[in-house]
Design a protein around this ligand. Structure first.
Ligand SMILES: CC(C)(COP(=O)(O)OP(=O)(O)OC[C@H]1O[C@@H](n2cnc3c(N)ncnc32)[C@H](O)[C@@H]1OP(=O)(O)O)[C@@H](O)C(=O)NCCC(=O)NCCS
Length: 200
């Protein structure tokens, strides 16, 4: 086990399982899961708490896939926050990663890119050089973000989607799974397809 603080994972769904896998890959102790909205009593042999077990020695990690729900929980966190990066992720020099962010197995973050807080860079996603990725963003598995791209807070870049260099995906936008963004995606809009077009 590492000498870093133990972790309480907020959430007990699929994304919490992924966060758990990244935590244990880092030899972090997980004390359990906090989720008032499940009937399960335990997960991976660890307790699922209905209310905060109040362990002041523990760091919190919010593992909820929905960007908006993750934000609403993160804003009320009682204590210190963990940041989790899978050991197989490749993080280049001059990269900054905000607190509470999850970087999953096989992800690559290239040089001079900045990632905000409580974002998800999911399995085998690639974020190239000089990107600016906001907070509460989800870059889904296998997505490819080319260099110099801006992604605003709360945006979702769907599984396997591609964003060409130097364009902007604005706050709250959704780029569909498999889509190819070749132009700016406005705030809160959903764009679909190859090349991606606005989905009313
Ligand atoms: C784009 C998306 C948000 C649309 O969701 P939705 O509003 O619930 O849309 P629906 O499933 O009702 O589908 C609406 C239409 O869009 C089409 N569509 C949905 N997703 C699509 C996609 N990724 N690419 C192309 N077309 C898509 C549907 O076939 C349907 O077409 P129709 O109107 O001709 O029947 C969703 O499909 C998506 O791609 N989400 C990203 C998922 C993801 O990668 N999550 C990360 C998991 S780790």
């Amino acid at each position: 086990m590492s000498d870093q603080p133990p972790i309480l994972i907020h959430g007990a769904g699929g994304h919490a399982k992924v966060a758990y896998s990244v935590a244990i890959a880092n030899e972090r102790e997980v004390i359990g899961f906090l989720d008032p909205n499940t009937d399960l009593q335990s997960l991976f042999g660890l307790p699922i708490y209905r209310s905060d077990p109040f362990r002041p020695d523990a760091e919190n990690f919010v593992a909820i896939g929905s960007n908006n729900i993750r934000m609403s929980i993160a804003e009320k966190l009682p204590g210190p926050i963990a940041t989790l990066i899978h050991p197989s992720a490749i993080i280049s020099p001059e990269v900054s990663i905000g607190t509470g962010t999850l970087v999953c197995a096989g992800a690559i973050i290239q040089i001079s890119t900045r990632i905000g807080s409580h974002s998800i860079i999911n399995t085998q996603a690639s974020v190239d050089h000089d990107c600016q990725i906001g907070s509460f963003v989800h870059v889904a598995p296998g997505a490819t973000i080319c260099g110099g791209v801006y992604v605003g807070d709360l945006a979702l870049i769907g599984a396997g989607a591609t964003v060409i260099p130097n364009i902007e995906i604005h706050s709250g936008a959704t780029l569909a799974a498999g889509a190819l963004a070749i132009e700016e995606v406005p705030r809160n809009e959903t764009w679909i397809g190859v090349p991606a077009k606005y989905k009313p």
